[in-house]
Design a protein around this ligand. Structure first.
Ligand code: TYD
Ligand code: MG
Length: 455
């Protein structure tokens, strides 16, 4: 029986069974192409039942598996995010905004891996070899035994890798690779999907580790609809604000380690420097305690990170007051404002609200709720929090405070940086950290009464 053709959109990746001039899903014109190997119809139509496959071997779950061997890059911040070093034959995607420092990070990593004995090939599809060498010079890495190629043709790259047999290949970037068996332009979903698939399956087959660089597109996904993420073992995002020198490498998926780990770097004139004590760095610009400024004791993965939250609340000239957030979730801010109004009776109507996480850090932890509420209230009341105080805890819609995980780690970090008081939810495991007074409250009303002397 002839295979039914299938079509996909080059812009959004939507798969359809018939060709049309305009994609139904995203509305793009002339973006529908026939898929070479893919079929949505599956094997059912191929006559299952008449042609039998071979029986696959089944095992049980109790079989002992040794942990995978790892190679350390020597960059602790990277090794930790990878789950303790690079795993052989693994596929890793490093995503991030253009210009954030992915090529810099990976060239530095390539040099370190190569120095520690891994045969490493760095394929640049974006820059000429001379440009990469210039960067290496600037980074002081010219001695590292990394082999370099400037190429975008996937077939040639695979052939080279097959002959050279490296243990690690870095592909910078996956959007520039193109396969001549696919008709669409480089960077299109079909090309990126094919290139990532070819490279990752080659890596698994040959026992080579591969690191793919991917640019995040405007809506925050790599190459449109996350076409690569599911094919790789590990997905790391390299984030930061353009105007700030801090960069965070964040694991969002890791088959070989925890997925919420972060590594912190600083972009300097000579490349990326590791930041071993991020809290000290994030708090370095903090002046004397002022209204609207609160230090949040956060935890990212296994790592405590203290950051300053800054809020500004001012009468609004607009009929729709502004709500502007940098580094935190706008929806979550709206929730905290609603809880403050409904449960504690403190309205923000007619007031513009700005919230900023200092240093260009992005916070995702719900435990930041209470610190945000404290910053908003402090700004609104124009009253600074007591000096040397950290705040953490989740707020529920009822106004109750929920204990945050890993209280002890947070307190120890705060103590290390000279803080003497912590405001946190009641409950949870009892912890006692020297030289820190832990002030616990069970709901937001009690918190407001306690800290701002009102309710
Ligand atoms: P790059 O690694 O090219 O970003 P990406 O690959 O993510 O697009 O880094 C780009 C920026 O980093 C560029 O604006 C210059 C800056 N940079 C430094 O500040 N110091 C350095 O040593 C290097 C190599 C780059
Ligand atoms: Mg680059």
């Amino acid at each position: 029986m002839a295979k039914k053709p299938s079509f996909s959109c080059n812009d959004c990746g939507n798969i359809t069974s018939k060709w049309s001039g305009r994609c139904e899903a995203c509305g793009a014109w002339n973006s529908i192409v026939e898929d070479a190997g893919l079929s949505t119809s599956g094997p059912a139509k191929a006559g299952l039942g008449t042609v039998r496959g071979r029986a696959v071997q089944l095992t049980n779950l109790s079989t002992e598996e040794a942990p995978p061997p790892r190679t350390n890059s020597g960059l602790d911040e990277l090794d930790r995010v990878l789950g303790g070093g690079l795993v052989p034959a693994s596929a890793t995607l490093v995503g991030g905004d253009p210009g954030i420092g992915k090529s810099t990070l990976l060239l530095q990593a390539a040099a370190e891996f190569a120095k520690s004995g891994l045969k490493t090939i760095y394929v640049s599809g974006e820059e000429a070899s001379a440009q990469v060498r210039m960067r290496a010079q600037r980074l002081g890495l010219t001695d590292a035994p990394v082999q370099l190629a400037a190429e975008t043709n996937l077939r040639d790259i695979l052939t080279t890798l097959e002959i050279e047999k490296p243990q690690l290949a870095i592909i910078d970037s996956i959007q520039t690779m193109w396969s001549d068996s696919i008709g669409s332009a480089p960077g299109s979903v079909a090309q990126v999907r094919a290139a990532a698939h070819e490279l990752t399956s080659f890596a698994k087959r040959q026992g080579m580790a591969v690191i793919l660089v991917g640019h995040v597109t405007k809506d925050g996904q790599i190459a449109g609809p996350r076409v690569v993420e599911h094919m790789v073992d590990t997905v790391l995002y390299f984030e930061g604000e353009r105007g700030h020198q801090f960069r965070i490498l964040r694991a969002v998926k890791n088959r070989f380690g925890p997925s919420d780990e972060i590594g912190v770097f600083e972009m300097t004139g000579a490349g990326l420097a590791q930041v071993t004590n991020p809290s000290a760095l994030f708090l370095s610009e903090r002046g004397t305690p002022s209204p609207g400024s609160v230090v949040f004791a956060g935890v990212e993965g296994t790592r405590p990170v203290l950051v300053e939250l800054q809020a500004l609340v001012a009468p609004s000239p607009h009929s729709q007051p502004r709500r502007t957030v940098v580094g935190w979730d706008g929806g979550r801010l709206a929730m905290i404002l609603a809880v403050l109004e409904a449960r504690v009776g403190i309205p923000f109507t007619g007031l513009d609200v700005y919230l900023n996480v200092a240093g260009g850090m992005k916070i995702t932890e719900p435990a930041a709720d209470l610190a945000v509420a404290a910053a908003l209230l402090s700004a609104r009341e124009d009253a600074a929090l007591p000096a040397e105080t950290v705040v953490f805890g989740e707020i529920s819609l009822s106004g109750a405070l929920r204990p945050a995980p890993q209280t002890e780690i947070r307190l120890k970090e705060a103590q290390k940086l000279g803080f003497t008081c912590a405001l946190a939810p009641a409950g949870g495991k009892g912890v006692n950290v020297r030289r820190i007074t832990l002030n616990q409250m069970s709901d937001l009303t009690a918190f407001v009464g306690d800290v701002f002397g009102a309710g």
